[in-house]
Design a protein around this ligand. Structure first.
Ligand code: DQA
Length: 138
């Protein structure tokens, strides 16, 4: 089973960025623990701060991978293009967020991804990614 985690803008700063919200662990470190925990899954990771690059990666993987775990970060709330890409592909997408976006500013309550996601996991810290992975194991 081939699954990719796609992270959007500023998530390369996890561990340093607002640790009171996002925790103090880097994503690279967390990703290694995920790979160790799910050795039978071919798990990949991609991060970009650039909207078009995220769209290209969704298109590139969205017809052949078994799953996409997508944290589009701030683009979740603004990007019609990423929302359209999620709608266009056949690979199921799980939308994840580290923080509980609904307990934060109202602009974070809107998502262009949710209407076309298979499921949404919000607010469990980095464990949101692990819960998303479990959802692919039937
Ligand atoms: C986030 C929530 C977004 O509102 C924010 O812009 C992020 C991270 C999260 O994982 O909690 O960058 O997607």
């Amino acid at each position: 089973m081939k699954i990719i985690v796609i992270n959007g803008p500023n998530l390369n700063l996890l561990g340093k960025r607002e640790p009171e919200i996002y925790g103090s662990e880097s994503f690279e470190n967390y990703f290694k623990t995920l790979q160790d925990e799910f050795p039978t899954i071919e798990l990949q990771y991609y991060q970009s701060n650039i909207e078009g690059e995220l769209i290209s990666k969704i298109q590139e993987t969205g017809f052949s991978y078994d799953g996409i775990i997508l944290n589009a970060a701030a683009y979740t709330h603004t990007s019609v293009g990423i929302g359209d890409a999620v709608k266009a592909i056949t690979t199921p997408v799980i939308e994840v967020h580290i923080s509980n976006t609904f307990s934060r500013e109202s602009f974070r309550h809107q998502s262009f991804i949710s209407p076309n996601a298979q499921g949404i996991i919000i607010g469990f810290g980095l464990s949101s990614y692990k819960l998303a992975l479990y959802s692919f194991i039937k």
